[in-house]
Design a binder for this molecule. Sequence first.
Ligand code: C2E
Ligand code: MG
Ligand code: MG
Ligand code: MG
Length: 278
Amino acid sequence: KEARAGLVVYRPGRDEVHLRQLALIGDLRQSIAREELSLRFQPKVDLASRQVRHVEALLRWQHGSLGAIPPDEFIPLAERSGFVHEITRFVLDSALAQNARWRAGGLDLGVAVNLSAMDLMDADLPDFVQASLRQHRVPPQRLILEVTEGVLMRDVDYAVRMLHRLRAGGVRLSIDDFGTGYSSLAQLKRMPVDELKIDKSFVMQMTEGSDDAVIVRSTIELGHNMGLSVIAEGVENDVSLGLLRQYRCDMVQGYLFSAPLAPEALVEWCRRFMEAEA
Ligand code: C2E
Ligand code: MG
Ligand code: MG
Ligand code: MG
C-alpha cells in the first residue's frame, strides 16, 4: 500500500495474485454449469464487397461476485489447469448453435472460434468439431478456427498433421495474432491455412510511412503471394482503414466498425450496416 495525496493506492502483492488465480481456477470449473460464460460476436468486414461474411466469437465470463473477468486473464488459467478443453468444446457448441439460429432466421454468416495453445494437443478435438457441425447442421465451410502463430511453430510436424485433421470437410483455418510469433517462411509455407490475421498491435496506431505500416503492407503482400486471405484486427480509426484499403487487405475487424456484440445486437448491427452500404 502506498499513500499518495491522501489516497491509499492498493497494489496486490504476489501472494494475493496467486490466491486470486487459485480461486479463479476453482470457480472456472463451475462457470459452465452456473451459466456464467457467454459469447460476444464481432463482425469481420470484407473490404471489396463491403459485406459482413464472418463474425468472431469471443468468450466472456461474468463471475458471480467478481464481475467480468477478461479472457486474457482466465484462458491462461484454464490452460494451466487442464480445463481449457471443456471451455473450447463449450465455445464451439455455443457458436455453432448460434450460427444455426442465425441461419434459420435468414442470416448466413461464417463464425470464427479461437483455439487455445493446448487445443492442438487434444487429439479428440477434430472429431468433436465434425460431430458438432453435424449436430447443428452447419456447413463446415462456415466454421473458421483461429490458432495463434506461436503455437504452430513449437512442433511444426505435429501442428501440420493436426491442422489437416481439423480442416476436414472444408473447415477453414486462420493464423491469429500474426507477426507476434517467430515463424519462418519455410514453416509458414507448410501450414494448411486459409487466412492470416495481422495482430492488432501493428494495426491500431498505423500512420503513413510508419514502421507499423511497412510491416502491415509486407504482411498483406506475403499473405497474398501465398494464396491466403488477409484480415487486420484492431482497426480503430480511419487512418488505419484508409491504408488497409490502399494495401488491398481483404478484411478488417475492429472498434471502428463494432465492438463484440451479443447475438441479437449483432443481427441488428448487420441489418443497419447492409442498409448503409446498399
Ligand atoms: P484475439 O482472438 O486476438 O481477439 C481479438 C481481441 O481484440 C478481442 O479481445 C477483441 O475484443 C479485441 N478487439 C477487437 N477489436 C479491437 C480494436 O479495434 N481495438 C482493440 N484494442 N481491441 C480490439 P478479447 O475479447 O478480450 O479477447 C482477448 C483474447 O482472448 C483473444 O484474442 C483470444 O486470444 C482470447 N479468447 C477470447 N475468446 C476466446 C475463446 O473462446 N477461446 C480461446 N481459447 N481464447 C479466447
Ligand atoms: Mg482471434
Ligand atoms: Mg488476434
Ligand atoms: Mg490475441
